[in-house]
Design a protein around this ligand. Structure first.
Ligand code: ZN
Ligand code: ZN
Length: 504
């Protein structure tokens, strides 16, 4: 499972309603409070992941609007001009513990119960999430008992040390992340401030003759005519969601920022694989039209299997439709697969029954957009693969995406060890992301070790042009600051050329 994997768990898009159905997934009942549920889930994962779990909510408390938006694919999601303004834009910084937003106060309480003081006088309790941080910090040689965080830094407003003394003594280390934590604090309060969010009004379909510039977020948003993103905070909030469709789109698109030129990160094998998909996603004009005489054969949609899906499966549908808008003549079938792929989607329960025609009880949304359909299956991919449900696979029509899979995370790699060889069999490209360089490198190392030479690299690992610009902190370890889809790489099962040995 990804969360444990990457040490991360993204939560709480919407308010629970169908308590019974969700309980089945979350394995224990939860209160009606979104945060209580976040905590429950985090604790559940915590037991398997050395406490290295991230809790992130995409929106905070604008639940009902999002539910409606998710279900209807409406044009706006988290905002309603009439909602009362709780915080002014110049009043976003608040202590987590004293926050005017109840959800943030509950988060602070959760941290105080679970996060540990990083001062080196405490006995080390777990492996550092990031070896760089460990290298910077003095080696933990102390023998004081581990202590939960209790002291809130006045500059970032987040409980980070067990006491003021430890905070002061370790201040130089804390300074390295204090500004980032303060930005997270303000962004979190902004998201729940009740303000109107024009940045969540996404651009509509792209005119075919207007090329999209994917050099970076700025050029992309400009050429896509996103109008209302005029400050860094709006940019951070909007990229945090758009990073999911854009990470996929920026790799698959013919105007991709990644290429085979020097430093362009795409390998020759990668170009072969992506050219096949691009052929399908950017079909030539057929001269077809409405009416019988204009009928032309149409290619089936490109299937994008998003494995180990968690929060991304509950993103408002208009966020995913942005992927369709990048390919005006392409068609998509997104398939979210994973045991947690219905997390935060309580309004859609109960799941359809398992029938011969729908053997895995897939939830199908076929009216998301005329060129996009979304299916969700709550199961492991390897289970489904073995039944042949999606076979045959075709490199012209299929692609796998793993958002922060944590392939190499000690708590979750066993869950992937059965899946990855099956993905290699399909020869379809696999796009994978990581929260940090370390997270991504650990995944790559695991694939190298586990799968030997059985794969081809399609895209060199590196920074994702369309990563989230917003930082998030791990409620179980506030020192662990990351951003969504920080890095991206791509690979696929090795293709062997048929060779003939000439006898001499
Ligand atoms: Zn301490
Ligand atoms: Zn601070």
């Amino acid at each position: 499972m990804r969360s444990a994997a990457s040490g991360t768990c993204r939560r709480c898009l919407r308010t629970p309603r169908a308590a019974t159905a969700t309980a089945a997934i979350h394995s224990r009942p939860f209160s009606s409070l979104p945060l209580a549920r976040r905590s429950t889930a985090s604790r559940r994962i915590d037991t398997r992941s050395n406490g290295n779990v991230r809790s992130i909510s995409f929106f905070g408390q604008k639940k009902s609007d999002e539910s409606a938006a998710v279900q209807s694919g409406a044009a706006t999601n988290s905002t309603e001009p009439s909602s009362p303004l709780v915080l002014r834009p110049d009043d976003l910084f608040h202590s987590y513990t004293q926050s005017p937003i109840p959800e943030i106060r509950r988060r602070a309480a959760f941290m105080r119960q679970h996060a540990l003081c990083p001062h080196p006088d405490h006995r080390p309790t777990r492996l550092p999430a990031n070896p760089d941080a460990a290298a910077q910090a003095p080696a933990s040689t102390g023998n004081q008992a581990p202590a939960h965080v209790d002291f809130e830094c006045p500059d970032c407003g987040i409980p980070v040390y067990c006491s003021e003394k430890h905070w002061a003594e370790d201040y130089e280390n804390h300074l390295q992340i204090c500004d980032t934590l303060r930005q997270i604090n303000e962004d979190d309060h902004d998201l729940r401030s009740g303000r109107f969010f024009p940045e969540f009004e996404y651009a509509g379909p792209q005119m075919e003759e207007a090329a999209i510039n994917m050099t970076n977020w700025d050029t992309f948003l400009y050429t896509r005519q996103f109008e209302a993103i005029n400050n860094d905070r709006s940019m951070r909030q909007v990229t945090r969601l758009l990073t999911y469709p854009m990470t996929i789109g920026s790799v698959l698109h013919e105007l991709s920022p990644y290429n085979v030129r020097k430093g362009g990160r795409l390998t020759p094998e990668g170009l072969k694989s992506l050219s096949a998909l691009r052929y399908t996603l950017h079909p030539p004009k057929t001269g077809g039209g409405e009416g019988i005489r204009g009928l032309r054969p149409e290619a089936p949609p490109v299937r994008i299997f998003i494995l180990g899906a968690r929060a991304e499966s509950s993103l408002p549908r208009n966020v995913w439709v942005q992927l369709a808008h990048l390919f005006p003549r392409g068609k998509f079938h997104l398939v979210f697969i994973g045991p947690d792929s219905m997390a935060n989607r309580d309004d859609e329960f109960p799941l359809p029954p398992r029938t011969p025609s729908n053997p895995f009880g897939a939830l199908v949304e076929d009216r998301v957009w005329p060129s996009m359909k979304i299916s969700t299956i709550v199961d492991y991919y390897h289970t489904i693969h073995k039944t042949g449900l999606f076979a045959p696979y075709d490199p012209y029509f299929d692609c796998f995406v793993l958002f922060h899979p944590g392939l190499g995370h000690p708590a979750s790699s066993h869950e992937w060890s059965e899946t990855i060889p099956l993905l290699f069999e399909t020869k379809a490209p696999i796009i994978a992301t990581g929260y940090t360089q370390y997270d991504m490198e650990r995944d790559i190392e695991w694939v190298n070790k586990t799968c030997g030479g059985e794969y081809d690299l399609l895209m060199e690992p590196g920074r994702n042009t369309f990563s989230s610009q917003r930082w998030d902190l791990n409620d179980l370890d506030p020192q662990d600051v990351t951003c969504g889809n920080w890095g991206v790489w791509a690979f696929r099962g090795k293709r062997y050329e048929a060779t003939h040995k000439t006898s001499e």
